[in-house]
Ligand binder design. Structure first.
Ligand code: ADP
Length: 440
């Protein structure tokens, strides 16, 4: 009886112990599963730094380790993707070409800063909007539509009118546009990639060059025709009296001088342009008063012929870093014009005005003056207010263009104040030593 009782008790105690162990196991498993659940929730929220303690029941521990490995791997991949995206953004942002990615529905999916600037669009607000909405230019819209159906890269040139309603700010921009397919990694077409380059300056330069060649040809054609006519008349077989021959020879001599003057001015301009590009202009501190007096003397004979007096006014000790030969050439051009376009017995003043950041060499005359509509273009090559008068006075139409170039080579500029019948003041503005030191 006692034995049976003891066996029963032992069995009961054994069952109790097993129950307790099972309970402890269940509790530990529950805690570990809770930890897993919490970690999964953190991961789902994007906290990839979350790690789970793998201690606890073996099976749950294995899951925890797998979860940790997964979050580590995911974290690394996302970091790689982020740094690749940042690199791509940096490349796109630093490109001078505009880049616009467009989906199959013609909505903008990406646009870089240069692209937004070229199209005058907002880089953020353009995203997700259609190209028609963002750029009101039918040529560009048609180009995008063509790119979306084309299997080959295509290109075109188009002009974009910016701020068309504005009177002061309206601008025509010339763009070279390349369009190509935008595909995903599997080669499926996502849309189109459009690359834009601003060629406004290039086209403008080409047009300036074309006009220049046409102008030079025209300017040289006139004397060549006159010379040819004179020679043909002398050689026409008939006997000319010596006076007539001398008259034709005079025409030939004058027209040859004219051609020579044009060619010399053209060569000077070409040399100035080359030196500007190569930045090979030497400047030396020079006494300006001495230079001004020398230029006035150069023009003295011509001035005396018209009884014109040239007055020089310059601080005697003013020394400026200049290229004396070039500046002398420019001032002579201004004095020469002043004499040419002034009446007999008038005065010309060559003054130096000194400011804080800038000084100016001002050549003032009491001549015919210039109509206001000519002033903005007066420094252009071959621009004249009165072509016949300029030619009659032996002008080439290049004098002021040379003056402007010389001023720019000295980091300066030119300006003119003039009114018909009231004379003109042409100025060569140069930075003062103070301004040069400030900008260095
Ligand atoms: P040009 O050889 O014809 O004088 P420039 O380039 O020196 O060529 O000058 C361009 C034009 O500017 C001249 O044809 C003339 O119409 C005008 N001009 C220049 N200087 C003066 C001046 N001092 N007074 C009046 N008109 C001037």
């Amino acid at each position: 009886m006692v034995l049976a009782f003891s066996i029963q008790t032992a069995l009961l105690l054994g069952s109790l112990a097993a129950l307790c162990t099972a309970l402890v196991m269940i509790l530990r498993t529950n805690r570990a599963v809770d930890r897993l659940r919490e970690a999964s929730e953190q991961l789902a929220k994007g906290d990839l730094a979350t790690r789970v303690d793998p201690s606890g029941p073996r099976r749950v521990g294995t899951v925890a380790e797998a979860l940790n490995r997964m979050s580590l791997e995911l974290d690394m991949r996302i970091q790689t993707a982020i740094s690749q995206r940042n690199e791509l953004e940096a490349v796109l942002a630093s490109m001078t070409e505009g880049v616009v990615a467009i989906d199959m529905d013609e909505h903008i999916i990406k646009i870089n800063t240069a692209g937004a600037a070229l199209l005058d669009a907002d880089p953020v607000r353009s995203l997700g909007r259609s190209i028609q909405e963002v750029v009101r230019n039918t040529a560009l819209q048609r180009f995008v539509a063509r790119t979306l159906v084309s299997d080959e890269p295509i290109q075109t040139e188009l002009s974009l009118r910016l701020h068309p309603g504005s009177l002061t700010n309206a601008e025509e921009r010339q763009l070279q546009v390349h369009g190509t397919n935008l595909n995903d990694a599997q080669g499926h077409r996502l849309g189109a990639l459009v690359v834009l380059s601003d060629i406004t300056r290039l086209r403008r330069l080409e047009s300036v060059r074309r006009d220049f060649v046409a102008n030079v040809s025209h300017e040289l054609k006139t004397p060549v025709t006159a010379i040819k006519g004179a020679i043909e008349t002398i050689l026409d077989g008939s006997d000319h009296d010596p006076d007539e021959v001398r008259r034709f020879m005079g025409i030939i001599a004058r027209q040859s001088d004219r051609m020579q003057a044009i060619i010399e001015d053209l060569l000077t301009l070409a040399r100035l342009e080359r030196d500007t590009v190569q930045q090979s202009v030497e400047v030396v501190p020079t006494r300006l008063a001495r230079l001004l007096t020398a230029t006035a003397e150069t023009c003295q004979v011509q001035a005396e012929g018209k009884k014109i007096r040239i007055h020089v006014d310059c601080p005697p000790d003013l020394t400026v870093p200049i290229n004396a030969a070039l500046l002398e050439h420019a001032i002579v051009n201004l004095l020469d014009n002043a004499v040419k376009y002034s009446p007999v017995g008038s005065n010309i003043h060559a003054n130096v005005e000194v400011g804080t950041d800038e000084m100016a060499i001002a050549i003032r005359d009491e001549g015919c003056g210039i109509e206001p509509e000519h002033l903005p273009r007066i420094f252009e090559r071959f621009y004249r207010t009165d072509r016949a008068r300029s030619r009659a006075l032996g002008g080439t139409g290049l004098g002021l263009a040379i003056v402007k170039h010389v001023a720019q080579m000295h980091r300066g500029r030119v300006s003119v104040e003039s009114a018909p019948g009231k004379g003109s003041t042409f100025r060569i503005h140069l930075p003062t030593a103070r301004a040069i030191v400030k900008s260095a």
